[in-house]
Design a protein around this ligand. Structure first.
Ligand code: ZN
Ligand code: FE
Length: 275
């Protein structure tokens, strides 16, 4: 059993973190023979090329979660260099995508050990998808690549979707196994945790998580991947049904939220203006 208080579990040996821009993480996932890799959300081609070279890998596929430039900006250069398939959401128009995906689809790559189930998770954008795999290589823990939908201790802004859509999307991710590692696309964890502590000041697990995240950031370490079990215990956007989160939304709104969607929407709007 995963310990629910380890908020920054060791990542899969198959996954390589590639930082880009100011706070993005691009993800390389190695095949089981460690010769090929898939990349998730290459917003920039140059750091991916450098990481492939350093690890002696060829690029087998590009997986996209949504259309934003910081996620898809490197697609055409990588596709030209590697002539590889590009998977992405059918519901969004992204240059270079030649394998459009719908909810429930399975991506099976020629590279050994790489296959992913597709979940539609609209909210941040209208067509946003996430990629889930039961295991990676010899590591029995599941892995979720969720772009800008679920963040460590937070969630993406609602640029194109509604609070109701995002709540359903986050609920699907929260229902994944506790020990699933969450490979989200940004290092937003500290600011998310400061907000989460304002929502739930009495949540002891949250205080512990903030302590761990501060320690890691002070050493220059990433706080991603996170873990679904830890998210359920501390992420206010997965906890809109909890009495403490309802109480915070009530104080914010001046009246009790009528529904869980109203509670979620109030918390999300508060986060938008939280300093
Ligand atoms: Zn985005
Ligand atoms: Fe982003």
């Amino acid at each position: 059993m995963p310990t629910p208080l380890d908020f920054c579990p060791e990542q899969h040996a198959a996954v390589i973190t590639v930082p880009a821009f100011s706070d993005n993480y691009l993800w390389l996932i190695r095949s089981t023979d460690a010769r090929q890799a898939a990349v998730v959300d290459p917003g920039d081609a140059a750091p991916i090329e450098a990481a492939l070279r350093a690890a002696g890998l060829t690029l087998a596929a590009i997986l996209l979660t949504h259309h934003h430039r910081d996620h898809a900006g490197g697609v055409m250069a990588l596709k030209a260099a590697w002539n590889c398939p590009v998977y992405g959401p059918r519901g969004e128009s992204i240059e270079g995508v030649d394998h459009p995906l719908d909810d429930g689809d399975r991506v099976v790559l020629d590279a050994p050990g790489l296959q992913f189930d597709v979940l539609a998770v609209p909210g941040h954008t209208r067509g946003h998808i996430a990629y889930f795999t039961n295991r990676l290589g010899a590591d029995p823990r599941p892995a979720l690549f969720c772009g800008d939908t679920l963040f460590a201790a937070g969630c993406g802004r609602l640029f194109e979707g509604t609070p109701a859509q995002m709540l359903v999307s986050l609920g699907r991710l929260a229902a994944l196994p506790d020990d699933s590692l969450v490979y989200c696309a940004h290092e937003y964890t500290l600011s998310n945790l400061k907000f989460a502590c304002a929502v739930e000041p009495e949540n002891g697990a949250l205080a512990e998580r903030l302590r761990q995240a501060l320690a890691r950031r002070a050493q220059g370490l990433a706080t991603v991947p996170a873990q679904i079990g830890g998210e359920r215990a501390t992420n206010p956007f997965l906890r809109a049904g909890e009495p403490a989160v309802r109480a915070a939304a009530t104080a914010r709104l001046g009246h009790a939220p009528a529904t869980e969607v109203d509670c979620f929407a109030a918390i999300r709007e508060w986060k938008n203006v939280f300093q």
